[in-house]
Design a protein around this ligand. Structure first.
Ligand code: GUN
Length: 283
């Protein structure tokens, strides 16, 4: 039999089409949704991600405002850019691509973003709202994971969800979202003993560890939904996830591929957040 492969690329295209309709409705009201993308330095992986987000914006009818700063830019200069964007009525979303150069404090920059424009969902205000079940703008990668489960008909309520990874960007918000949908949630991390014993109990397994193919087939419950957040570049240049895809696919009920799974959904959720932010601004 084998798992149903959740095609994140196709689902993301569908979502971008839906977002485009919403963007056109806002544009007709004179509110073309706008996203400011801030990239500091010349990290090649960040440049690739930023290009993907900007391309998706153009497909969905979202205007982009590009801010490219050299790696020598100071924290004060970056904060000045954020303040300007916070005050610009044409900018509904602000995205500061991470990682930032080591001499810039990511926290002080991210926390300067107006929570109403925080399309990454990284401000403490956004994360606190998510914790209390009143999401403002939710982090994009876990939102994408949840939408993949929902649109694929994976039951969540009452199921055991295991999340591997405890970052503020993916693991913790994913756990909160699963809890909000009435799953019983376990969070695992690098200090969890006997990880396999926990993952084997998972009806839903969200893996965001960043370790290539760490989820072997004997760590997966038959019929489980396996969501692979890992994007690891191998020595041969190819991308691979945190899950041993070929083997696990034969045993799981649902599985997401890498590439073409969670990655495109994350981009689509950025756009969805921009449209949401612009819609709120439009009243
Ligand atoms: N770098 C890696 N993932 C992300 C993300 O989701 N948002 C931003 N802004 N930077 C990232």
């Amino acid at each position: 039999m084998g798992a149903i492969v959740i095609d994140g690329a196709a689902m993301a295209r569908q979502i971008l089409g839906e977002q485009r309709d919403a963007a056109l409705r806002l544009a007709a009201l004179g509110r073309v949704p706008g996203l400011a993308v801030v990239l500091v330095g010349d990290d090649p992986a960040s440049a690739v991600y930023v290009r993907a987000k900007e391309r998706a914006c153009h497909e969905a009818g979202v205007r982009t405002f590009d801010y490219r700063l050299p790696s020598t830019a100071t924290e004060a200069e970056l904060l000045q850019v954020i303040d300007t964007l916070n005050g610009d009525p044409q900018v509904h979303g602000i995205l500061v691509q991470l990682p930032l150069p080591a001499h810039i404090g990511a926290d002080s920059v991210l926390q300067r973003i107006d929570p109403a424009k925080d399309v990454d969902g990284f401000t403490w205000r956004s994360l606190g709202a998510l914790l209390d079940g009143h999401a403002l703008l939710a982090p994009c990668t876990p939102s994408g994971c949840m939408l993949m489960l929902e649109r694929s008909g994976v039951p969540v309520a009452g199921r055991h969800a295991v999340v591997i990874g405890r970052s503020s960007i993916v693991g913790k918000p994913a756990a909160l979202m699963l809890l909000e949908r009435d799953a019983t949630v376990t969070i695992c991390h690098s200090r969890t003993p006997d990880l396999a014993a926990v993952t084997r109990e998972a009806d839903i397994l969200v893996c965001a560890a960043g370790r290539p193919r760490m989820i072997a087939v004997d760590m997966v419950k038959p019929g489980a939904a396996v969501i692979d957040v890992g994007i690891n570049r191998m020595q041969n240049g190819k991308l691979c996830g945190d899950v041993d895809y070929d083997a696990v696919r034969a045993k799981a009920g649902w599985i997401t591929p890498v590439p073409g799974g969670v990655g495109p959904m994350t981009v689509a959720m950025v756009i969805a957040n921009v449209i949401t932010a612009a819609g709120r601004r439009a009243g």
